[in-house]
Structures are given as C-alpha cells and as structure tokens.
Design a protein around this ligand. Structure first.
Ligand code: BES
Ligand code: ZN
Ligand code: MN
Length: 497
C-alpha cells in the first residue's frame, strides 16, 4: 500500500472510494451527501458503524463511505486507528484499489491524528498470503491511499506518514517471520535475516554458532537447542545511533523457532502455534531495522537467542543440572520452561561483553501472561522505575499497553533449588509470569532491566480492528516509541518548576 498526504478536500477525492469520518452530532458544515445520510438517519456517526453510498453529481470518487467516530467526548487516537481499519476492511471486501481518507476536523492534534490514520490503514491491510494464490491475494490489497488534509501543512504531515510507514514495515517483518512455519523460519533462517539486516544498515554482527556456544559455556542455550532440527545460535547486532554517547540499550529476544515443550511435551491444543515462540527475537530485529531506517539517535545492541526446543534422543531432560554462562547452576524442572534458560545465557553474555546501560528483553515466555492480562496488555517486570515508566508512557501513546507486575523477594525465593543454585520453575504453578521474570532477574545483576512477556499479545487466534488474525507484531511500535523518546535515557527527568 502506498500512502500519501494530499492537499485535497472531499470534493477533490478521486478513486474508487472516499471515506469521511463522522462524529455523532457534527460537524455543522457537512458535505451534502453526508448531510443527506444524517438527515435520513441512515447514519448517526456512532462508533463502529459505517455507511456506503454511491457518489454522484460533483463528487469525483466513485463511492462515499461514512465511518462513525462516535461521541466527540469519547474520541481517542485508538478509535481513529480502528476507524481507518474499517475503511480498509470494507475496501478489501469490495476489491477496491484506490482510496481517499479525508482527515476529519476533530479535537485531536493533527500529528497523532494523521499517524493513527496511517497506522490503522497500513496495519489492517496485512495478510499472510505467501502460501495462498498470489494473484487472488494481490487483488485484495488496497494499492493507493490518499489522506486528504485540506489546508493543513501537507509537507509536515507527509513526513510523519512516511515515518509511520517505516515503522509499520517493521511490524510487517515481524508478522511475516512469526506467521511462517518453523521448517522455514528455523535458526539458520534467523541467522540469514540477521545478516541481511546487518548488511542493509552496515551494522557490526557477531554470530556464535553451536561450536562457539559450547566453547563459550552458553550451556543453557546449548541444552535447549541441542536436539533442534537446526542448531542454536547467539547473534548480536550493534547499531551506533549516537556514537558520542556512552549509553547502550540492549534488546534481547527469545527466539525459539519451535517450542515442542521438549520431553515435557506440549499437548494438542497448545503446540500448534508454537512457531510463534520466536516473536521476541523477531520483534528485536523489527525494532532494530526500523531504528536504523529512522536513524534514531540511540546506541542499540540487538541480541537474538535462537534455538529450537526440539524432542529427540539428544534432547535435554528434567533433572539435569547445567552451569549457566554466568556460572550459576540450574536444575531443569521442566524442559518446557526453556525461554528463561536461553534468555539467561544471552543476557549474561550481553552484559559481560557489551555492558549495556539498559536492557529490555522481549519474550513469549509464559502462558500465564495470557491468563493474567489476556491479549490486550503486555505484563512487564523490571528493576528500574524510570525504565518501567518510560515503557508505560510509550504503551499509552502507541496503545501497545503494558502493565507492571511486582517482583518481591518472596517470588525470587520460589526458584531456589535443593540441588543447584536455582531451578527453572516456581515452587507452585502460581504467578507463572513473575516466576519466569524472577529467573531472568537472577542474571541481570544491577543493569537497569525490563522484561516484556508478549506471550499473550504476539499471536491472535481471531483478528480484530487493525490487527489481522495470526502474528500481531506487537512490541515494535511500543519499543520504537520508547527509543524515540529516550532523550536523557534513565537519568531522572528534571522536575519542571
Ligand atoms: N513458549 C511458551 C509460552 C507460551 C504459551 C507462548 C502460549 C505463547 C503462547 C513457554 O516456553 C512455555 O512453555 N511456558 C510454560 C512455562 C511453564 C513450564 C512454567 C507455560 O506457559 O506453560
Ligand atoms: Zn517457549
Ligand atoms: Mn516452553
């Protein structure tokens, strides 16, 4: 989809369809066609409704779609994203190619408003269509979208729409990688993608192959990956967005290309979508790619801990004890709690070799995240209030919302083992998301850290709004927003007097 800002009004709108957004009760100066629909009570502007009309007379576009924005006092940026998605879904249904969205006159600022329109349009136009009839799918994509901005500053808005397009490209990359099956997106494919991103942006890249993983003593990563159909990898990419600064933000992604559960095999009903278990690593790569494209002035160390949690004669087993990269011994209680194992080694290695000043890990870590917060909110656990609150703010702005969970000492006690320094399961099966974070916490030391458990939000069984069924790419917009607002990093913001 090509999306461009045009200095058009409703009447200049050409193409197959022109969409106008209507608030309940307003505005006073409606286009005659819209006014007709309102007067006949065919359209009230209620949120979630839309009305398709054939256009005529002086109207240049072939159809008019009126999309309800709801009551003015209930209008939010998120509603705008959803309303823009409504237009795209309708256009796809009707196989229309060229659309105009008329930017409404509402109480929201123009900049977030146009961003939301672009996000809603681009993100809802996604389809995982690689394995379906290409021609058929192509027909169902919208090709051009004009955002008619009237007399507003088209140049300024276009800059923002272009930026949004780049960010949504990152979301698309993640969705494609996560939707694809694990035979294709295996650890070697992940390595290849990392190499492509490094080449595209001229980044330094380090790849530890299975031999290096053993030699370096990344024994947890090796244990998890040792019976995978492709071998484990630890891959590190470095982007120097702000060479003058000593700050380095590490983004570490769980990249389990398939999670069978291992010897603690996942049952039918849980195993089918476990190709999604590399969503953390995919998110890290998507964020890095976008950050480089947008030249975000932050130094980033992107770390991908890739392994397949397979099941075979060589698979690691419950009861085994491994010495982690950090030196702590770990008793394996469940081979299905593999994410925290690969992250522990990846994080310890990152801290030792790159000394990040902040570290964010992203992982489809626990089904308990889905139980706790469902598919709408990302549970976050961390050790630094500034980092957590920056993430919270980024979540509010992007609607990729986070909610902070506690990590009190009692939770840390639950992962103590009788026979090793720690075990990879909590005593009880309660508070599983926190238990997972408590394990990771033991490898973080004093580095400011936040853990994003995206197991609930990474993959939707049923699509909604601007998020089609399957991989969501959740986390990309959140982390790009975080990095875009990094400013003085984790130094406490000055209290404004
Ligand atoms: N990859 C899963 C978590 C998951 C579940 C991701 C659902 C996406 C959707 C993780 O490795 C796992 O198996 N977690 C276990 C943890 C348990 C063994 C402590 C779980 O959630 O049951
Ligand atoms: Zn997993
Ligand atoms: Mn698992």
């Amino acid at each position: 989809m090509d999306i461009t800002v045009k200095p058009f009004t409703v009447n200049d709108a050409q193409g197959d369809l022109c969409a106008v957004f209507l608030l309940e009760g307003g505005p006073a100066d409606m286009h005659p066609l819209v006014q007709q629909a309102v007067e006949s009570k065919d359209m009230t502007g209620s949120f979630g409704t839309s009305l398709l009309m054939p256009a005529y007379r002086s109207f240049a576009a072939k159809r008019l779609l009126i999309v309800g924005l709801g009551k003015p006092q209930e209008l939010t940026i998120e509603r705008v994203r959803k309303a823009a998605a409504t237009v795209i879904v309708k256009a796809k249904e009707l196989k229309l190619k060229a659309l105009t969205l008329v930017m409404p006159d509402v109480s929201l600022d123009d900049l977030p408003l146009v961003t939301a329109m672009a996000e809603g349009a681009i993100l809802s136009d996604y389809a995982y269509s690689k394995h379906t009839d290409q021609q058929h799918e192509k027909q169902q994509h919208v090709q051009t979208v004009h955002i008619a901005v009237g007399e507003r500053d088209a140049k300024q808005l276009q800059t923002l729409v272009s930026r949004t397009t780049s960010i949504c490209e990152g979301v698309r990359l993640v969705r494609d990688l996560v939707n694809e099956g694990s035979d294709l997106v295996n650890t070697l494919h992940i390595e290849k993608i990392c190499g492509e991103i490094a080449a595209k942006h001229g980044l330094a890249i380090t790849v530890l192959d299975e031999k290096d993983v053993v030699e370096e003593g990344l024994n947890l990563l090796h244990a998890v990956g040792r019976s995978g159909s492709t071998p484990p990898r630890l891959i590190i990419l470095e982007y120097k967005g702000n060479p003058g600064s000593g700050e380095r933000v590490a983004l570490v992604g769980k990249t389990i290309t398939f999670d069978t559960g291992g010897v603690n095999l996942k049952p039918t009903g849980h195993v089918e979508t476990m190709h999604q278990d590399m969503a953390g690593g995919a998110t890290v790569l998507g964020v890095l790619d976008v950050a480089c494209t947008l030249k975000i002035p932050v130094n980033i160390i992107a770390v991908v801990a890739a392994a397949e949690n397979g099941l075979g004669p060589g698979a690691y087993k419950p009861g085994e004890i491994f010495t982690s990269y950090a030196g702590k011994t770990v008793e394996v209680k469940s081979t299905d709690a593999e994410g925290r194992l690969v992250l522990a080694d990846a994080i310890a290695y990152t801290i030792k070799h790159h000394a990040p000043t902040a570290l964010v890990d992203v992982a489809t870590l626990t089904g308990a995240a889905l139980v706790a917060l469902g598919t709408h909110v990302i549970p976050v656990i961390g050790n630094n209030t500034i980092l957590s609150s920056k993430l919270f703010d980024a979540g509010q702005r992007t609607y990729e919302r986070i909610w902070l969970m506690p990590l009190y000492d009692e939770y840390k006690d639950e992962i103590k083992s009788d026979v090793a320094d720690m075990k990879n399961l909590g005593d009880q099966r309660n508070a599983g998301t926190i238990a997972g974070a408590a394990f990771i916490n033991a490898f973080v030391g004093t580095t400011p850290w936040a853990h994003l458990d995206i197991a609930g939000v990474a993959f939707l069984e049923k699509g909604r709004g601007y998020t089609p069924q399957g991989a969501t790419g959740s986390g990309v917009r959140l982390l790009i927003d975080l990095l875009s607002h990094w400013e003085n990093g984790l130094t406490a913001e000055e209290t404004k007097g």
